[in-house]
Design a protein around this ligand. Structure first.
Ligand SMILES: Nc1ncnc2c1ncn2[C@@H]1O[C@H](COP(=O)(O)OP(=O)(O)OP(=O)(O)O)[C@@H](O)[C@H]1O
Length: 239
């Protein structure tokens, strides 16, 4: 079953044509890595899927519904099935980690046990700390923990492991793959870490010059003769 279907998607900022005709599909249960150089349009693409940004041309179907045709109410129904990691806002300043988790648990009506989340995401030493006082990496971990609270059908993560140390990176990937195995949830993410793509992603979309230059399974890319996804990237993308 296709969770996301994108057809000839185009998006420009003024004269800057960032997306020039993207074709993309995410089937239920897939983990898909979107890669490409700085400024290639990865975040723009993800923000369109997150329903946060309008697009100029083409079709974006989320759960079989074309985003452009949806009423506010229908858009909210789509958003209920998606989790994203947003930038922390001022609002988090006055809350401690455990209070934040409980707030979002209530908001999402989540059946997930907060204590399990605290253990899984190694948050015990930080539970009573104010979110605002955490390091950048730990803020990110708390934001990711919140994203998993809703057990979404689709999880969209923009560079989730950037800035995390190797242990936290492993922990996050363990959590992503476990969530994927356990619930069949779909994951679409961007990363500049090609090893992560090779290890954990079923499919890769390489965004280059505004199009999905390659959109294939990680396995087929490797079977076609590349030593690694890192090599594949370097041979396809020029500086
Ligand atoms: N709100 C905006 N207004 C105008 N231009 C924008 C806006 N957001 C992004 N851009 C431009 O669109 C292009 C693509 O940006 P985007 O952030 O989508 O790329 P990216 O692949 O995510 O980059 P990176 O890997 O550096 O995060 C860039 O040229 C950027 O300057």
């Amino acid at each position: 079953m296709a969770i996301v279907r994108v057809n000839q998607l185009k998006k420009a900022y003024g004269v800057n044509k960032v997306l020039r005709g993207i074709d993309f599909t995410a089937q239920a249960g897939e983990i898909i890595g979107v890669i490409g150089k700085n400024g290639a349009g990865k975040s723009t693409f993800l923000e369109i899927l997150m329903t946060l940004k309008p697009y100029d041309e083409g079709n974006v179907l989320m759960f079989d519904k074309e985003l452009r045709t949806l009423s506010q109410h229908q858009l909210e129904d789509v958003r209920k099935q998606i989790s994203v990691v947003l930038q922390p806002t001022q609002f988090y300043k006055t809350l401690k980690v455990v209070e934040l988790l409980n707030l979002f648990k209530a908001y999402y009506k989540s059946p997930i046990n907060i204590e399990k989340i605290i253990v899984d995401f190694k948050l015990e030493p930080y539970r009573k700390k104010y979110f605002d006082k955490l390091s950048g990496g730990w803020k990110q971990i708390v934001s990711l923990a919140i994203a998993f609270l809703s057990e979404p059908k689709l999880l969209i993560l923009d560079e989730p492991t950037t800035g995390l140390d190797p242990h936290m990176r492993n922990m996050l990937w363990t959590y992503i793959t476990d969530y994927n195995n356990r619930t069949g949830g779909t994951v679409i993410l961007t990363t500049h870490n090609m090893d992560e793509v090779e290890l954990y992603c079923d499919k890769v979309m390489l965004l280059n010059n505004g199009v999905g230059e390659t959109f294939d399974t990680t396995k087929r890319i490797l079977d076609s003769g590349y030593k690694s996804i890192h090599d594949f990237y370097l041979s396809k993308v020029s500086i």
